[in-house]
Design a protein around this ligand. Structure first.
Ligand SMILES: Cc1cc2nc3c(=O)[nH]c(=O)nc-3n(C[C@H](O)[C@H](O)[C@H](O)COP(=O)(O)OP(=O)(O)OC[C@H]3O[C@@H](n4cnc5c(N)ncnc54)[C@H](O)[C@@H]3O)c2cc1C
Length: 421
């Protein structure tokens, strides 16, 4: 009889798990992906239809396959340092999944196009619509939650607020030429600003310190540092005791981008090594600075944004968003605050696991708590929950760096190997 693995969520993470299962399976295997969207691989990040929205990682960092770093670049016919439109990445993930399944006759794949409403543990069952899907193992890949919503936004006229700019069609509801206030200045803001400014909107964002995401090195500079990234960043110490030690090490490196590149493969280990106190310290004092240096814009996107700023179509103001949002000066308020990691367990299907003590919030109330090595969910009393695993951004509290493809594909390959034992 086939072993059956049910994956809940068919964005990039769910699709990558299925791909790695198909690549590794040596016995009959049924893979079911429960995903309400019509197309796998898109999820929140890769469902945009705007070609100005580029990947924020160069093509050489976006391969689905760990052993073939140029797999995506070859597929897209670009150099490894190119930044490809995000829309194309979902096509790549789907085609890689299809060819992995097609290349392994033991594997059958089914997309159940429904939202999962319920997950239960003994026995392992995912309920979607009227159907109970029995499983030998369940992988939770529900990804990015809706944006954080400050309390005061709930008191604004709801018709003026776009709560989730990544919902399909959300930005289409904003009239061309509208006066838009964005709350937040991270990468979501950058995408929203280039789309809306391109449609004649006047976009304002607020940031006390006027901090915007930093920019990837242009291709020529990237080429010269990529090969030398190990030499331009000094050797990493064996361990960092505190976030302050990391900041100090980065400051002493001649090239901060190379320093971040050197830290990247070690970030999960460093995060775990901080322990609870150090992690809190990081979140309180260093998170914003980490985010703007680690999550960078493609050079092309930065040029486009600079151009809009120079022409006055986009403004970054130091005033409080709360005060500006009350002003009749703006037609629409768009939440660009980034995912609210505390929401993961509050909505179906995970609320069903929380209700029976088979899941708990991740460290610092971020996402869902998992065993750091296996990804297995941890119950209310910290015991691994048999047969239920999580992958991707929901593991941020446990691993910190678990949101982007370079980490997700490693998690996917490890998890596939574990599930097939
Ligand atoms: C706008 C944006 C741009 C990004 N750009 C990059 C980039 O360029 N490079 C990079 O490496 N990383 C990028 N990231 C990071 C990104 O988080 C990951 O790359 C990856 O897309 C995460 O995929 P995911 O499948 O875990 O989550 P998601 O994309 O959030 O997918 C979760 C899926 O779960 C589904 N779902 C929701 N509820 C249910 C339910 N009840 N039942 C079943 N399914 C359900 C959703 O429909 C969705 O398809 C970006 C993130 C965002 C938000």
């Amino acid at each position: 009889m086939s072993r059956r693995i049910v994956i809940v969520g068919g964005g990039a993470s769910g699709t990558l798990v299925a791909t790695h299962l198909a690549q590794q399976a040596t016995q009959a295997l049924d893979v079911l992906i429960v995903e309400p969207r019509p197309r796998l691989g898109e999820g929140v990040a890769y469902s945009t239809t705007d070609d100005q929205h580029l990947l924020n990682v160069p093509a050489s960092g976006m391969s689905a396959l760990l052993d073939d770093s140029q797999h995506f670049a070859r597929w897209a016919s670009v150099d490894g340092d190119a930044f490809v439109p995000r829309r194309k990445y979902a096509d790549y993930l789907r085609q890689t999944l299809a060819s992995s399944v097609g290349g392994n006759s033991r594997v059958a794949l089914r997309h159940v196009q429904l939202p999962a409403q319920h997950v239960s543990v003994s026995p392992l069952v995912v309920t979607a619509g009227d159907t109970d899907l029995q499983a030998d193992a369940i992988v939770i890949a529900l990804g990015n939650a809706a944006p954080t919503c400050p309390d005061w936004v709930n008191r604004l006229d709801a018709s003026r607020v776009v709560r989730d700019p990544w919902q399909l069609g959300a930005l289409d509801q904003i009239a061309d030429g509208a006066r838009v206030l964005c709350i937040g200045t991270g990468l979501t803001f950058v995408d929203v600003a280039v789309t809306l400014a391109g449609r004649g909107c006047r976009v304002t964002a607020t940031s006390r310190h006027r901090l915007l995401p930093t920019v990837h090195a242009p291709a020529s500079a990237a080429n010269s540092t990529a090969g030398a990234s190990n030499s331009t960043a000094g050797a990493l110490p064996h361990s960092f005791s505190t976030p302050g030690d990391v900041a100090c090490w980065v400051r002493n490196q001649p090239d901060w981008r190379a320093a971040f590149a050197a830290l990247r493969p070690e970030t999960q280990r460093i995060w775990r090594g901080f322990g609870d106190g150090g992690q809190r310290q990081f979140l309180r004092h260093a998170r914003r600075y980490w985010d703007v240096h680690r999550h960078r814009m493609a050079p092309e996107v930065a040029r486009l944004l600079d151009d809009h700023i120079a022409r006055g179509n986009v403004r970054i103001q130091p005033e409080s968003a709360h005060d500006l949002a009350q002003s009749p000066e703006f037609d629409v308020v768009v939440l660009c605050t980034g995912p609210d990691d505390t929401l993961a367990l509050t909505c179906p299907p995970l609320s069903s696991l929380l209700a029976v003590g088979q899941a708990r919030s991740g460290p610092h109330a971020m996402g869902i708590d998992t065993d750091a090595d296996t990804g297995q969910l941890l119950s209310a009393n910290g015991e691994p929950v048999p047969g239920v695993y999580a992958i991707g951004p929901m593991r941020r509290g446990t691993l910190w760096e678990s949101t982007a493809i370079p980490e997700i594909r490693s998690e996917a390959r490890r998890l596939a190997a574990l599930l097939l034992v």
